[in-house]
Structures are given as C-alpha cells and as structure tokens.
Design a protein. Structure first.
Length: 454
C-alpha cells in the first residue's frame, strides 16, 4: 500500500471543515488546541493538543507551525517511536511533529501534549497539517511528480499561537500597541466571541495610562466554561499583558489624603470645604492633576448618616504616575439652630418637666428646617420611641389634660407646618417616660415627661 500526504492550515481551536475528496490530504476535521502558554525569564513554552475528529476520513500525518522565534526544545510525545520532531522545513524555521505510526491519530483520537520552547513572546502565526491517504494506482513518474510538490502549497489558511522574538525597541507604549493589535486580531478571528468584551479590552489598552491589570482581570473573567474567551485568546493575551506589567517602567500610584469632612446641615451644597482631597507622589511632593468628585460640587445631599463621597485623581504626569481613587463618608443632618426640639405642650429646659394626667393623649410635636433655618423640611421620616425611666412619685399635673384620639403605630405625620404624634397613655402607668423622635438623618429629639394618676 502506498501512503502519501498533502498539507492544509489548521487553527488553534477552530475545527477545520471536511474538504472535498478531490484534494487528498485535506479530508480532515482537526482541532489544534492551546492548553497553556507559560513564560520563564525570556523563554516562552507553548503546549498544544491535536484532536482528529471522528468525521475525518484521513489520519494525521504531521503538524507544522511557523516559528519566527527559532525553537530550542521540542517534545517527543509518548510513545517516542511513533513521532519525529524537527525545527526546520527546507529553508524555513518551524516547529514540526510528524506521525510515523499508522495507528497514531486516526479519526476520533487525539495527541498527547505537544510542546516547544523559544525565546520571545507569544504571537499569532500560521500552522499546517498533513493528512495521510491511500494512493490510487499510479505510475512511477506520477509518484515522482507528486513527491516533488511542496506540501505547504496546498492548504486552507488558519491561525495558531506561536512565538516571535521580543521587539528590539521595547517601550511601554510600543508593547501596549502590540498587545492591542493582537487583541484586535483575536477578536477578528473569533477567538473572543463577544463584541462588547473586545471593546472593553481594547478600551483598557487605549487608556492613558493603559489599565493592564483591568485588561487581564476582564480577560480572565471571560475565560470560563462556555465563556467568550477561548484558550488561544486567553493564553496569547494574558502572557503578553503580564510581560508588559513586568517591564513597566515603574509608574507610581499617588497617595491621596482626604480628611473625613464634618457633618453638614441638610440643604448645604457640597463645596471645597468638603471636597478637599490632595495628592502626593515620590518624596511626598505635591502632585498636580484633576480631581473628579462624586457627587460633584454644588450637590445637596439627602439627609442621612455616612453618605458616600468619592474622588478619582488623574495626574498631569501620566508617564510617571497612575490614576488613584479614594472615598470618605459625610453626615447630612437637619439643622439644630432652629426647631429640632419638642414643642408645647412638652416643656424643654430650662422649663420644668411637663406632667400629664395618666389616660390623656399627649401631643408630641416638632419642626425641622433646612440649613438656612427658615425653609421647612416637610418630607422627613420620624418614628416615636417611649421608654419608662422611673417609678417615682410624680409631680402635680402642670399640663392640660388632652382628649385627642391617639395615633396608631409609631410614625409621625406632617400637619400644620409641624410633625405630630398623638401619644395615648391609657396603657401606661404612673412614672417618668423618655420620649424619643428617631429621625431619618440619624439624629434624635429627646425629652422626659411624667404621668400621674387622679
């Protein structure tokens, strides 16, 4: 039996479609999958697994990968007597594995890990796969003519991950531009099957300075089972991003100082008094740049405790320094210069404590104002809390006995320019009680009253 072979291209993770029977050596459906790419010092190692689909009609004869960076180590898969390796093909530098055992890589089988090492960085290159087929009856002249053909001249072009020398003039900008070009190619080849992720990744690289850590993190997040980032894109781009991070000329992250701002009265707009972060660099020297605050100056915060404020600092010197961020919190409280105390009939110091008849209804009232002390606050949320603080003999009743219908629940209502809660006392006992209004800005209004019997 005479066996011959011709060649076509194969991609890293793409499956080559079954070609016509009129092209012997190309009746294969083969997947050359990158399983890992690793760098150690200046050396890059690439590991592949070749799978010959059950739908193929030929067995694999050889895998040949262009090698812009000449390999210095190529694995001989197990069993070694079934394979040959080579680093040249004619005048070309390649990585080449040839199958010499007819039982190896028949349809429905896959190879062990095929690896090579070379000095350089991972890149995208051409690869060639030969299929083996049975020759029809041929004359000696026809066989000689077939044997003289270049196996690489009959091919279906596809792309794989390989290794090329590190560019001679390496700068952070040139290396980042190279990574952006590889990302663009990976997206074009369908190795990243999500347009929005391609846009995000390239956006990280076009930022000033490039957000390489964010690039790597988003790439890794997309490299999940069923995710849009295939093995070839992941290993190709991750290794390059980490290389650039390793040769980063030493950008420094500025140190941001932002003292926690004092509480502000509700209605006060944020200003430089609160938005006053500063940035320092190497040697604690002050850095110039732009501070972008969220919320921005002029914003009036809603009342409440620990409202978040954040800032992103972009330095003027983007070559030596990265961007930086910081956050603090601030309390926005109702003003205490007006209102913010219980109103009559509940006395407040220095007046004597109010004493009410047990069983009557006690109107608990207060007002709230914005920072100007004039504009009323009408949308606050407040709840009442009643705690007994003593069982001592009460003083004589000094307040009118009220018979208003008590309110239900604990929520104050706003009526007549004030917050009101009619507190029923029929279920209480003689003694001293502490009334507390719990306000939605985190503050409270507190006053004691007494209840006495007939």
């Amino acid at each position: 039996m005479r066996i011959a072979s011709l060649t076509f291209m194969a991609g890293v993770t793409l499956c080559t479609p079954l070609l016509s029977q009129g092209q012997p050596g190309t009746n294969l459906s083969v997947d050359v999958a990158v399983v890992s790419v690793a760098r150690s010092s200046d050396t890059t190692r690439v590991d592949y697994i070749v799978s010959n689909s059950a739908s193929s009609q030929e067995q694999l004869a050889s895998l040949t990968i262009d090698a812009p960076s000449e390999p210095f180590a190529i694995t001989i898969p197990s069993p070694p007597e079934s394979w040959l390796t080579a680093s040249r093909y004619g005048e070309r530098t390649v990585v080449r594995w040839a199958v010499i055992d007819e039982s190896t890589l028949r349809p429905g089988t896959q190879s062990p890990v095929l690896s090579f090492k070379a000095v350089g960085l991972s890149t995208i290159v051409d690869a060639y796969i030969k299929g083996s087929y049975e020759l029809p009856p041929m004359s000696e002249d026809e066989i000689d003519s077939l044997s003289s053909r270049d196996p690489l001249s009959v091919r279906v072009k596809q792309r794989v991950v390989g290794v090329e020398p590190i560019p001679v003039a390496t700068t952070l900008t040139s290396l980042t531009d190279r990574l952006d070009n590889l990302t663009r190619q990976a997206c074009t080849l369908g190795w990243i099957a999500q347009g929005s992720l391609c846009t995000t990744l390239r956006g990280h690289l076009s930022a000033q300075p490039a957000r390489l850590t964010s690039f790597r993190d988003d790439l890794t997040a997309g490299h999940t089972t069923g995710g849009p980032v295939t093995n070839n894109a992941y290993w190709l781009l991750k290794v390059n991003a980490e290389y650039i991070l390793s040769v980063d000329p030493g950008q420094t992250t500025p140190v941001l100082t932002w003292p926690p701002p004092a509480p502000i009265a509700f209605g006060t707009a944020l200003s430089a008094t609160q938005l006053n972060a500063s940035a320092t660099g190497v040697g604690s020297g002050a850095l110039g740049g732009n501070f972008s605050y969220t919320p921005a100056a002029g914003t009036v915060l809603q009342p409440g405790a620990t409202r978040p404020l954040s800032v992103v600092f972009t330095p003027t010197d983007r070559t030596a320094y990265t961007t930086a961020g910081a956050s603090v919190t601030i309390d926005a409280r109702y003003t205490t210069t007006a209102g913010h105390r219980f109103l009559q009939p509940i006395n407040t110091p220095p007046q004597n404590r109010s004493v009410f008849q047990l069983g009557s209804t006690v109107p608990v009232k207060f007002q709230l104002f914005r920072a100007d002390g004039v504009t009323p606050v009408t949308t606050a949320v407040a709840n009442i809390q009643v705690n007994k603080v003593s069982n001592g003999a009460p003083d004589p009743v000094n307040e009118t006995v009220y018979s208003t219908v008590p309110d239900q629940g604990t929520r104050f209502r706003y009526a007549g320019n004030q917050y009101v809660f009619n507190l029923g006392t029929r279920t209480l006992a003689i003694g001293t009680y502490r009334l507390t209004a719990l306000l939605d800005d985190g503050s409270t209004i507190v006053q004691d009253i007494e209840l006495r019997g007939n």
